[in-house]
Design a protein around this ligand. Structure first.
Ligand code: F6P
Length: 350
């Protein structure tokens, strides 16, 4: 009887609970024992806290994950853990897996956390690891969507709609900062979906004339009679020299630049994008990928390369993790520029 554990790591994302539920129940259904590692890598390193009498690696029953589908965040917790990135911490983590008889670990995490795993497993031939990408940023190549991205996008659209109502009432401009330190998918799709006037993302550093360009676009829209101005800026927005473009810089320009003189506010959407319940797509994705992950660890042989579960053209697939990470580092994951420009050209009449 195999012992399969599931863990969440890095920033939480909507849909992670669906993963945990699916892994636990599929493992049990297929005759295995299911475990959860609480508090991410920290739980793996601690294993059991004797003083507090807390086990971080716990066997789970079918009922233990009841109600998980409709809840946000990750109910088994996630935590930052420096120790796991040091040799001693890793050895402790490995020992805890052996002590608990864990044969396979399924982890839902952001790309960087999945990467940490590949070094970890190398010395342990018997251990199977499968990754699921849980991230609101949609920042991994080789999969159409990461778990949580569509929930965050839906939240952004909802928030921008709210803001637009008040912006229109006062004829104001809003600079809306959305998450995405290294990846502009949320900002880009948010801008397309809300018809924003202007956009800043890390993958397309702005040219030196960005200030004039933005003011010109917004002036044109205003001249067409638009009463609201929405500029979406990703956290990691840059100019072509690698300097950060901040919401305050944009606000100051809208207020004073090129005679625009717009009454401007900044709204940082922050963690409302990440918290809250998952949209149907992420519940479905987390569930289907969780089921596939259990099948993948059961079918793995010592020769099997560490894989992650992707969705490609609507099909759930297994893919080598390292290749996807490499591709992500080399190619920005964005829709093609022409399609984007066509979509953004629709905005000025709204
Ligand atoms: O990786 C997901 C993400 O939401 C990024 O978009 C954002 O920059 C970051 O996490 C915020 O992390 P924290 O919650 O640690 O501030």
């Amino acid at each position: 009887k195999k012992n399969i554990a599931v863990m969440t790591s890095g920033g939480d994302s909507p849909g992670m609970n669906a993963v945990v539920r699916a892994v636990v129940r599929t493992a049990i259904h297929l005759g295995c024992n299911a475990y959860c590692v609480y508090e991410g890598y920290r739980g793996l390193v601690i294993g059991r806290d004797e003083e507090k009498q807390v086990d971080y690696i716990r066997q789970m029953g079918w009922e233990d994950v009841r109600g998980y589908l409709s809840l946000g965040g990750t109910l088994i917790g996630t935590a930052r853990c420096k120790e796991f990135f040091e040799r001693d911490g890793r050895l402790r983590a490995a020992r805890n897996m052996v002590v608990n008889g864990i044969d396979a670990l399924i982890i839902a995490a952001v790309m960087a956390r999945l990467l940490a795993l590949t070094d970890f497993v190398a010395p342990f031939q018997h251990l199977n690891i499968v990754g699921l990408v849980g991230s609101i940023d949609n920042d991994l190549s080789g999969t159409d969507a990461t778990i949580g991205a569509y929930s965050a996008l839906a939240r952004i659209c909802e928030m921008v709609d709210y803001i637009e109502a008040t912006a229109s009432s006062h004829s104001r401009a809003f600079v809306i900062e959305v998450m995405g330190r290294h990846c502009g998918w949320l900002a880009l799709m948010g801008a397309v979906a809300t018809g924003a006037d202007f956009l800043f993302i890390p993958e397309k550093p702005r040219e030196d004339n960005w200030k004039e360009e933005m003011c010109q676009v917004i002036k044109t829209h205003r001249d067409l009679g638009k009463r609201k101005t929405i500029v979406i800026i990703a956290e990691g927005a840059l100019d072509r020299h690698g300097n950060k473009i901040t919401p305050t810089m944009v606000k100051d320009l809208l207020a004073d630049g090129n005679g625009l003189g717009l009454d401007t506010r900044i709204t940082t959407l922050g963690h409302v994008q990440r918290g809250g319940t998952a949209v149907a797509y992420d519940r479905m994705l987390g569930t289907l990928q969780g089921v596939e992950a259990v099948k993948a660890v059961l079918e793995a042989t010592p020769e099997t390369e560490t894989c992650f579960i992707a969705i490609t053209e609507n099909k759930i697939t297994r893919k080598p993790l390292m290749a996807a990470v490499k591709e992500t580092q080399e190619v920005a994951k964005l829709i093609d520029a022409q399609r984007f420009n066509e979509a953004m050209a629709l905005r000025d009449t709204e």
